[in-house]
Design a protein around this ligand. Structure first.
Ligand SMILES: NC(=O)c1ccc[n+]([C@@H]2O[C@H](COP(=O)([O-])OP(=O)(O)OC[C@H]3O[C@@H](n4cnc5c(N)ncnc54)[C@H](O)[C@@H]3O)[C@@H](O)[C@H]2O)c1
Length: 342
């Protein structure tokens, strides 16, 4: 069986759904401490075993790995807010590094040696060239990115020293929602551009803040690489197959290579919703590179993976989700949007 850490979260829940769709006779177990994430994201199917625990609890994880005869860990659980990581680095080093190393210790004790890891373009830092490929220098400019880079380095060392097989997937900007309406994006607080823009369209938030319109980009606003969460999910399924056939370690960028500016995203949101979206320009924020786009050729070549969704399809899926029930237990969104474009 596979163990999914952080399966109640945004990307983990989409991976689980795609995995169960791909393997109708299988079940999965997820461990989540519900520090974030949503119970509804994993409660729609009896094929998901939900274990509430901290992945850093070695004894609990050993018991769980044994009980479910886990072969592979798909490791999404982490603290993921760039801004918070700068304010509270201890939380990020503790959760993303120490708890992850504890998880790895539990795996080592149970002889579980296969990992698919959620890494990020934030490990690269400021782009030295574009689009960024996997050999681009990794010089993170925030604590969150550093913790993800450290985990990649740990995996490399475990692979060399103890024969682990892993794939680290460096996502660019995850976005969109599953068409089923069962699961979607709901972070509290929300920091991602597309949900913030769509909530501004619905009047749930004030005008969307655009940080900087004087960048060296065609319309002056920042460009990011938006990738549908189900495209990410499918890549994880390919990654499990890959690491089982290719012992050792590998890293892949997951992006579309075609970036979209903040203004382009807002335009597409207006087209999809038919609503006028209030916006306000604000000064640039420190640490926001003008452009971040992936070269994902390696994933196409070695995983046979290609994206299926373009930006209008991403926004359409996110809009359906925003208009639906979302997760009933969620708190009301706060009034002011503050998109973080990393
Ligand atoms: N969302 C993006 O655009 C993006 C981009 C790059 C990388 N990533 C990475 O992808 C992964 C998933 O991101 P997401 O957006 O789904 O985040 P999320 O916050 O929605 O999900 C993370 C889940 O992990 C759980 N969790 C956190 N710490 C835990 C712990 N110690 N023990 C057990 N459960 C714990 C949370 O409760 C939550 O359900 C993260 O590792 C993140 O760093 C996300």
């Amino acid at each position: 069986m596979i163990l999914v850490t952080g399966g109640a979260g945004y990307i983990g829940s989409h991976f689980i759904k795609k995995y169960l769709d791909a393997y109708p006779n299988e079940t999965v177990v997820t461990v989540d401490d519900f520090s974030e994430g949503h119970r509804e994201a994993v409660s729609y199917s009896s094929r998901i075993h939900v274990e509430q625990a901290n992945m850093g609890n070695i004894e609990a994880m050993v018991a769980l790995l044994k009980h479910y005869s886990v072969r592979t860990v798909v490791h999404f659980a982490a603290s993921c807010y760039v801004g918070e990581s700068q304010q509270n680095p201890a939380k990020y080093f503790q959760n993303n590094c120490v708890h992850t190393l504890n998880l790895f210790e539990a795996m080592a004790r149970c002889d579980v040696r296969e990992v698919v890891f959620s890494s990020t373009c934030a490990t690269y830092g400021n782009p030295q060239y574009l689009p960024m490929d996997e050999v681009h220098p990794q010089l993170p400019i925030n604590v969150y990115g550093s913790t993800k880079l450290m985990t990649e380095q740990a995996l490399r060392a475990y692979s060399i020293a103890q024969g682990w097989s892993y794939v680290a997937l460096r996502y660019f900007n995850a976005s969109g929602a599953d068409e089923s309406g069962l699961i979607g994006e709901l972070h509290e607080p929300e920091t991602h551009l597309i949900p913030l823009v769509l909530q501004a369209a619905q009047g749930k938030r004030n005008a969307i803040q655009i940080y900087g319109n004087d960048y060296d980009t065609p319309d002056g606003t920042c460009i990011r690489d938006y990738i549908h969460v189900n495209d990410l999910a499918r890549a994880h399924i390919s990654a499990i197959d890959y690491l089982r056939q290719h012992p050792g370690g590998e890293v892949f960028n997951l992006g579309t290579t075609t970036g979209s500016s903040v203004l382009e995203v807002i335009d597409v949101c207006e087209q999809v919703t038919g609503l006028t979206i209030p916006r306000a320009f604000a000064p640039r924020r420190p640490g926001d590179p003008p452009v971040l786009v992936a070269n994902a050729d390696k994933a196409e070549r070695l995983l046979g993976w290609k994206t299926a969704y373009d930006l209008p399809q991403i926004v359409q899926s996110a809009w359906r989700w925003e208009q639906g029930a979302r997760y009933p237990s969620s708190k009301t969104a706060s009034a002011t949007g503050s998109p973080r474009q990393i």
